[in-house]
Design a protein. Sequence first.
Length: 281
Amino acid sequence: MRQWVMILASLLVGVGGGICAAAEAPPAAEPEASRVVARVNQVEITYGQFRLRLEGFQQERGPVPPEQWTNVLRGMVQEEILLQGAAAEGLETDPGVKARLEQARRQVLIEELLKHKVIAVARVTEEEARKMYEENKPLFGTETVAASHIMVKTQEEAEAILQELQAGKDFAELAKAKSQDTASAEKGGDLGSLGRGQTVPEFEEEAFRLKEGELSAVIKTQYGYHVLKGGAHTTAIQPFEEVQDRIRQSLIQQKQRETFKAFMAGLEQRATAEVFEDRLR
């Protein structure tokens, strides 16, 4: 909504040629909102207008230190100069410009209405967020699986190792002797606990599919050929403190949808609207 303002600000901040600032530092006490802080021809810019612009910048960009306030004001002055230039060119009477201005006016009014009647109403308390967490704890679980593997270069080697394992050979001993993943080979092929997204998809799929103690068929990845041994599956529930922001945001969005639906239904009941679909063709 404020994209054009931000574009203008990026062009103007720090550029103040031809514009004189009466003071670089803000006054110690908060001035009256009606205090004139700049003038372009006969148009005055008040401190109240400046504060609104400054607060808008701070909402979108973060804090603006007082030593940069003059740059914000200079931007407002140059914006007013450009606006007067547009008026001098007669752009206010251009049909295309008038249509865009009307659309912007409608959009601003609708946004403000929704802020007051929907967004401001759709609040979520910590108690509501915690209730949702307690009632849906499985949704906040992180599944992990323990796994071991033996990796070699060729499928033939892997098939031979699988046959040895199926004949009763010890997995850890074979891993130490033959696995080319030296880091895990030293630990008998043990990879520790794996979470989703920590390894390549084909390896992950097989590791999570296997039951504890079960051997996989030979699988191929970009690293080589593997025989896996399944380990214990565990699910750790994330603490409420780690997920409360996500829960709150989800509940806020849900409330906003419900509030908007009810608010819109009320407006539609009181309105007289006619739709002539056949006239669209």
